[in-house]
Design a protein around this ligand. Sequence first.
Ligand code: BES
Ligand code: MN
Ligand code: ZN
Length: 493
Amino acid sequence: MNYSLLTSTNPSEVKSDCLVIPIFANKKLSHAATQLDAATDGMISKFLSISDFSGNNDQSHLLYADSNTQCSRILLIGCGEENKFDQKIACSVTKQASKEIAKTSAKHATLFLLDTLAERIICEQSIRQSLLTFADSVYRFDKYKSEKKKSPKIEHLCMAFTTEPPCDVATMLKQGVAIAKGMHLSRDLANQPGNICTPSYIAETAQSLGRQYDSVTIEVLEEHDMEALGMGSFLSVSKGSAQPGKMVILQYSGADASSRPIGLVGKGVTFDTGGISLKPGANMDEMKFDMCGAASVMGAFNACVEMQLPINVVAVLATAENMPSSQATKPGDIVTSMSGKTIEVLNTDAEGRLVLCDALTYIGRYDPAVVIDTATLTGACIVALGHHICAVLSNDDGLAKDLIEAGNDINDKTWQLPMDDDYSKQLKSAFADLGNIGSGGAGTITAACFLGKFTEAYQWAHIDIAGTAWKGKDATGRPVPLLSQYLINKAYS
Ligand code: BES
Ligand code: MN
Ligand code: ZN
């Protein structure tokens, strides 16, 4: 997809396969509709006068344009009461428009939707949000379908205004495009099946990012490197698989070297069978998504690089496959993590925290200002928050607040769960410093408490995306928007 901007434009002069023109409740013409109506000898008002189209929120109608315009289609879209039209409605209308456009063979669409949003902040966020909504809804992963007939034909989206908008449209477009690109990368990676998207595939994808941008360097730690570093916890997961585990480090320098980097860590379990503590068969295919933490970190990293944010970022992807085999870790095995802490692996299906804890120790070497990890860590997170909101847990309430705010800014929401000491006590082991599972409920919190034992040296937050990283059988690209917005806020505050 390509994106562009047009300001102070009369829709009748726009060359496009499809113009999207808002109509408000009670058949009220928007500014764009009025201009188009004037140029077409009342085509729109004539249509409205004889039709049932009232301009309510759920309505749309496709007209084929006449010779007084430069476009081939006009999609009228109902936007409801004009004075109630806000960012949220703009997004739902954008989504509807994208679905209608996808039914046509239009390759180029021009959206005159946001004229009415006169306030600066609303206008700015709506441009980005509409762009993300559109990109999201025309995304398809059909790489392995011989017939791609369900794929939208759209290639170019133009965000158009009849007036000069009161905000920095160009910056918002640039940010929107960068975040959309990051989400796309993240979803493509996550939707790949486990036999293609292995730890090596993730490492190669990172390497190709490194080749694309001068500001990016990539380093890959192999299993023998991790052995030398004492990452016994990570290796206890990867050792059951024929696929070698990798620790992938991506660095972006957008500020001078003295500026402490923001640390991002992602769980990249490319397939989670549960290991010897084998998962049940139903929907086990979805455990190919257990690398969505790593995918979203890579996506947000890519967005940051594209936006050329004036910050430094270090990202670590802990990627391995969790398999049962004669080499695999067994319940009761005790391993030593890079931090020196010993861990009794009571359940090999609690593998995410085992790969993450060594990554969290390792990232300390970069003296990060803050570290945020994201992971499809616990089924319990779905019990707590369902599929709409990500859980955030932190050793620093200020950081948690920043993340919650960033999520609200970009409609990628989080909810904070507590991390009191009482929960940490649930991680006791009879034989080692700690067990890898907690007894007594609150699985999302005890998982975070486990990670918290390895993050005492810095400000840290953990985002559990078990309920939000995919929907049905499709990756969502979350929390790329949240992480990207957090980085934007950090860069410009
Ligand atoms: N990857 C899973 C968590 C998960 C499950 C995410 C379902 C999304 C949907 C994780 O590795 C896991 O298996 N966690 C266990 C932990 C338990 C053994 C303490 C879980 O949640 O059941
Ligand atoms: Mn597991
Ligand atoms: Zn897992």
